[in-house]
Write a protein of this length. Structure first.
Length: 263
């Protein structure tokens, strides 16, 4: 691996961590498209580039999701009964999502990811919850099924699921702190289960010894190192920078990336 490639992966982690710290969005929406462009330069076969990008992104999320989950648990922001029901569905969905990703072609995966990024960009530009808030007392019997859907889509795309979990729980009347804390723990489940399942996949012929299943370990390690550090710095910057303006600029970047993935 060349020095330029090493700097590129470290740079991806830096940008992903900053975006997570400043905007509160998961690093996967930055990491996955960046890896789609970088991985072919490390002799990753084109037909599995998108799968490798998604799997590697999930590995990168593990340390940050673990740190965030522990912090929220210590602060009492995780409701056990809610997490048990939602987490069970997330666990199952994360496995299903990986099997679905394995069955889909690179083009289909890129298209699904591109559409998702457009939805995230829309939410950031309008600052609207895509779900209409309701004030009725939550029953939440549907949590296991919702967990399957969120876990499946998250492991399919290599994201932590917070862009879906937090708005949904808030829509169902859950306190925002509990929604965020539960989402952080669910993100850890998605990252660990999704990454582990991807590691057992990819029996096809490939000549890259650094691949573990679909996971490209060198990229995962380098991106994780800088993203963990820069996420903390990004959280500090969010208190000092004009975040509404930056959100709009970031959303425009997401639109460009999404269109590139789609086209």
């Amino acid at each position: 691996m060349t020095s330029l490639m090493i700097l590129s992966y470290l740079g991806v982690g830096l940008v992903a961590g900053l975006s997570a710290g400043i905007f509160g969005v998961g690093g996967g929406i930055i990491i996955v498209p960046a890896l789609v462009w970088l991985l072919p330069q490390n002799d990753i076969p084109l037909e599995i580039v998108m799968h490798t990008a998604v799997a590697t992104s999930l590995v990168v999320m593990i340390p940050t999701a673990l740190s965030s989950s522990i912090k929220h648990m210590q602060q009492g922001n995780v409701q056990t009964a809610l997490l048990n029901r939602l987490g069970f569905g997330i666990f199952l969905g994360s496995i299903v999502g990986v099997f679905l990703a394995n069955a889909l072609s690179r083009n289909y995966l890129q298209s699904i990811f591109g559409v998702f990024e457009l939805l995230v960009a829309y939410q950031m530009l309008t600052s609207r919850n895509l779900l209409i808030p309701r004030e009725s007392a939550p029953v939440l019997r549907e949590l296991p099924l919702i967990g399957v859907l969120i876990g499946g889509l998250s492991s399919l795309l290599g994201i932590g699921g917070g862009t879906m979990t937090v708005p949904y729980l808030n829509w169902r009347g859950i306190n925002m702190r509990i929604a965020i804390g539960s989402s952080a723990t669910c993100g850890l489940i998605i990252a660990v289960v999704g990454a582990a399942t991807f590691a057992l996949m990819n029996d096809s012929v490939q000549n890259t010894p650094a691949l573990v299943g679909y996971i490209y370990l060198p990229a995962a390690i380098m991106i994780a190192v800088t993203s963990v550090v820069s996420a903390r710095f990004g959280a500090v910057l969010s208190m000092r920078l004009p975040v509404p303006l930056l959100k709009r600029l970031f959303a425009l970047l997401l639109i460009v990336v999404a269109l590139r993935m789609l086209l």
